[in-house]
Ligand binder design. Sequence first.
Ligand SMILES: [Zn+2]
Length: 221
Amino acid sequence: MVRDFISLIFPQNCINCQQSLISEEKYLCTGCKIDLPLTNDYQNESNDLFAKFSFESKVKTANAFLYFHQRGVTQKLLHQLKYNRKKDIGVVLGSWFAPQLANLEIDFIVPVPLHRSKLRKRTFNQSEQIASGISEELNVEVKHQLVKRIIATKTQTRKSKVERWENMENVYSEIKEDISNTSALVVDDVITTGATTGMLCQRLVEAGVGQIHIACIARGK
Ligand SMILES: [Zn+2]
């Protein structure tokens, strides 16, 4: 009765279509979950996301879970996660994504870190939430402190691709831990240019990583 009363005050509705949710549904109703814009990148090794990282030979696979469209369901989910502080959405998205990553050999997960100024503003790192959902499903550890973001870069939309890459050079701290010959899964929320994720990969390579897999919740078409 208490629960019914609470759900009357705070109705649990589908983030996409507003229909009220039944007990097993999380954030999306069953219909909207079935209609998620899946990329199925995991079934296509030479997908568009992987192409962004093909210059780095240690990167073996790259998979996005969903396509990102303006005003689409992916944007709604990520907006609730990042700006409405619905932390748990990250974990849920990670757990939905995890089965697509189950065939990869992974020793640990590295969530793309946020700079501390952004972390203070947002209170949590959305990539860590996603990583923890994947970690629970696949039973792989998350290395939270492996690497830090040491430069909070401003938006770079006006810069050329080359300038963007140069600007990224020292965004992440050097990795002190010996990770030679390990296999890392880098987890991000959205990948657009791939520049920041690429820089993180470079740090992993410098530290001797054997192979890298990249996973993000969303990418453009
Ligand atoms: Zn719905």
